[in-house]
Write a protein that binds this ligand. Structure first.
Ligand SMILES: *Cc1c(COP(=O)(O)O)cnc(C)c1O
Length: 426
């Protein structure tokens, strides 16, 4: 692909972009003097303008119907989550029976591990990526302790090689084979939150299965960002949040996936609640839990409808745009950003940027993580002053993620100009 660092070039790219029309469907923060360059859709996606109406609908029905809204609302709350199922199933590549939107992400990871981390005396280890997202680390550690095991013994972390920033799949697979029949569970973030690396979910899942382990994925940074085929890849389970690339409100509802090879198994141990119980009998208040077949059988509580409405608003935009088109633009936009960063780094005697995210578009999503040798935090602060909303991660990384649904090539060009100014200021 040929790129140029010019406003005219960026604007021409935007003109030719079939997704450019979606930008106007989102609110851009206006707290800054200048128009911001919003590159933190990997942390909190922007608010779709339609979200208000989706939530208002439920507020109006609540006002009008009170409790009767469970069945009489335009979108009855009793089955509200079912509205979202086909839409999210498409985004993660699942059958409708395999997914449900419910709870929050870390809660779902725990609920899934209750069913899928079943350590025995011989097979009790969990393999994960080194420096996993803190919530995942704590979740794994507490699961291990819950079973009376020692985290230092039971949790096996895989790290990049010396001098490298990202993990090699061959090293993950070698470690899976090494741990072998002691390995109970592989649980990795599908797209790493720090480096932006997108793992080969299919091969790692296969390798785990070959040694007899269960394989689950945290897709917080993957859902709505990269194309997923969880069913075809034979992933055992997965969970994700909806407020990053899926633009569904701060702390918004999560989604979970349970492969159909497991989800029909009513014998799986699980923590249960009334919303996971056979729908026909839910209100009969009978003793004895009878799980719904499919991922819905892992639901505990009735749906938080206002948060679900926000999710529904965003999923409708994804439906219209389609993951294939989103992916195509994502690759182009991210490559343009990489080009601009490298160009500015080459031109400057003051800085040396290293993009630690893989260069191969198959191994990354929308995020680039920039290691700013020497400058780090001062540069980040200067960028913020220039109106760039990016993200700083200790010890030394600036994360930028142009979201293909609402970011433009012009945003990327403007980011480059802000970067140039910030270098001379910091
Ligand atoms: C964002 C993120 C979380 C956040 O978990 P919540 O339960 O939604 O607060 C967890 N894990 C990963 C990998 C994340 O990126």
């Amino acid at each position: 692909m040929h790129y140029e660092n010019s406003l005219a070039f960026a604007r021409k790219k935007d003109q030719d972009d079939p997704l450019s029309k979606y930008r106007q469907d989102f609110f851009f923060p206006d707290f800054h003097d200048e128009e911001v360059v919003y590159f933190t859709g990997n942390s909190l996606g922007l608010q779709p303008k339609a979200t208000k109406d989706y939530i208002q609908q439920e507020l109006d029905d609540w006002a009008k119907w009170g409790v009767e809204g469970h069945f009489e609302a335009k979108n009855p709350w009793f089955s509200y989550h079912e509205l979202l199922t086909p839409k999210i199933a498409k985004i993660v590549g699942a059958n409708e029976k395999e997914v449900v939107v419910t709870h929050s992400l870390t809660t779902n990871l725990h609920l899934l591990m209750v069913s899928f981390y079943r350590p025995t005396e011989r097979r009790y280890k969990i393999l994960c990526e080194g420096k996993a997202f803190p919530s995942d680390q704590y979740a794994l550690e507490s699961q291990v302790k819950f079973h009376g095991l020692e985290p230092a013994d039971a949790i096996v972390e895989v790290f990049p090689r010396d001098g490298e920033h990202t993990l090699r799949e061959e090293d993950i697979i070698a470690k899976i084979n090494e741990v072998g029949d002691e390995l109970a569970l592989v649980m990795i973030g599908g797209v790493n939150y720090y480096t932006g690396q997108f793992f080969d979910i299919k091969s790692v899942t296969e390798a785990g299965h070959e040694v007899g382990a269960v394989v689950g994925w945290d897709l917080a940074h993957a859902a709505g960002n990269v194309e997923l085929h969880l069913h075809d890849w034979h992933v055992d389970f997965a969970a994700w949040c909806s407020y990053k690339y899926l633009n569904s409100s701060p702390g918004g509802v999560s989604g979970m996936f349970v492969h159909e090879k497991h989800s029909k198994n009513k014998e799986l141990p699980r923590f249960a609640g009334w919303w996971g119980h056979n729908k026909d009998e839910r209100f009969q208040m009978k003793p004895g839990f009878d799980p719904i077949e499919g991922a819905e059988g892992w639901q505990l509580s009735n749906a938080p409808v206002l948060g679900m409405a926000a999710h529904n608003a965003s999923l409708d935009i994804f439906q219209r745009a389609g993951m294939a088109a989103i992916s195509e633009k994502r690759n182009d936009l991210t490559a343009y950003l990489e080009f601009i960063i490298n160009k500015i780094s080459d031109e400057s005697d003051l800085v040396d940027f290293e993009v630690i995210t893989p260069h191969d578009p198959k191994k990354r999503g929308a995020q680039l993580s920039i290691l700013a040798h020497g400058q780090g935090k001062a540069l980040f602060d200067a960028l913020s002053k220039e109106g760039v909303v990016a993200d700083w991660r200790e010890p030394n990384v600036i994360r930028v993620a142009p979201a293909p649904l609402y970011n433009s090539f012009e945003d990327v060009y403007r980011f480059g100009e802000a970067l140039r100014t910030s270098i001379s200021e910091s």
